[in-house]
Design a binder for this molecule. Structure first.
Ligand SMILES: [Zn+2]
Length: 134
């Protein structure tokens, strides 16, 4: 279950439990979290899978020299967090609030999509039943 606090950099840091890079690498945990990423690893095979808390872009196959900000920018230039291009503690309050607002909007959209899928599935099965009885 995803935490709702992933817009906080320290919460994102906590998700990197088996991150395959160390502090000497460009894509270390701190830089990853500051660039908006949190770990979505489920095991050894996808230990370097990370996702942006805001735009939801998922990236893996990281190289030690990769710059998380640069990668984020090149793969998800439309991301509102990338567009601000600042670390969390450098954001103005208004910018920070706009990030949180966007995060909440995305969360609501995601929840709404899941709900819509459920309704669609239910409608499909009812339709199938109705057709079957003809
Ligand atoms: Zn993003």
């Amino acid at each position: 279950m995803e935490s709702r606090d992933l817009f906080l950099v320290q919460e994102r840091v906590k998700t990197f439990k088996n991150w395959p890079f160390n502090d000497k690498n460009m894509c270390n945990v701190r830089n990853m979290a500051e660039a908006g990423f949190y770990s979505v690893a489920t095991g050894v095979d996808d230990a370097d899978a990370a996702k942006c808390f805001l735009c939801g872009k998922e990236l893996d196959g990281w190289e030690a020299s990769d710059d998380p900000w640069a990668e984020h920018k090149s793969h998800a230039a439309q991301c509102a967090f990338v567009q601000l291009g600042k670390k969390e503690d450098e954001l103005l309050l208004s910018e920070y609030l706009s990030v949180i607002k966007q995060y909440m909007i995305n969360e609501i959209k995601r929840v709404a999509e899941v709900a819509k899928e459920k309704v669609d599935d239910r409608a499909k099965s009812i339709r199938r039943k109705c057709l079957g009885r003809k």
